[in-house]
Design a protein around this ligand. Sequence first.
Ligand code: BTN
Length: 228
Amino acid sequence: MKIINLKEVDSTMNVVKNYDFNTLVVAEKQTLGRGKDERVWVSEKSNNIYMSILINANNEKINYFNYSFLSAISILKTIEVLTNGNINLKVKWPNDVLINNKKFCGILLEKDGNKLIIGIGINVDYYPENVLFNASSLKKERINLEKSEIINKFVEIFEKFSNKLQNTNNFEEIRQIWLNYAYNLGKKIKISGKNEIEGIFKDLDNEGSLIVEDENGKIHKIFSGDIF
Ligand code: BTN
């Protein structure tokens, strides 16, 4: 993967589209950083990581939504490897990464024709307060890593999973790793969104949907929303 380092951009989601497939654009600042559901992703006065990857999504057999889980476990494994595994890391459906049960990494997937754009924001030092789900940063949790070592290790791990997914179209390994680190698996959760549902978080199915059992024993398949 080619890595391009830029100083200031509107959003790496936009800029990466000007490059070849398999390019990772990293910016020091974004003036218009965006998150899920048209939320703003504060990207100005910090040492955080803002990056996007451009993937060729022309293979109809591959479910590109899988990249959301692939990216989340790649970030988790990156931090785990760089810290020798002595920390509490979790993934939260669909694509957040938590440290000590607080969000430090958000992932945004966008599709534009055959272009898949994966945006990743990592709170290295700054983290927002007054957000829906508690946030933190690596620094706040006493993890001091250089941005460059995080990015380089991430690229190595991401490429390994991505090559495997592209060659085999097999989500199972990613799914299993994701489930091993899933936040609140087997516990009662609440999903907000179009239809609010409360129930036990049972599983992640092979399409990446969340499987929830409500108090009447009815199974719900959740495609989108936020969980709490
Ligand atoms: C979320 O809402 O949790 C997803 C946040 C994604 C933020 C990253 S930062 C790099 C890339 N550029 C953007 O404008 N957004 C993503």
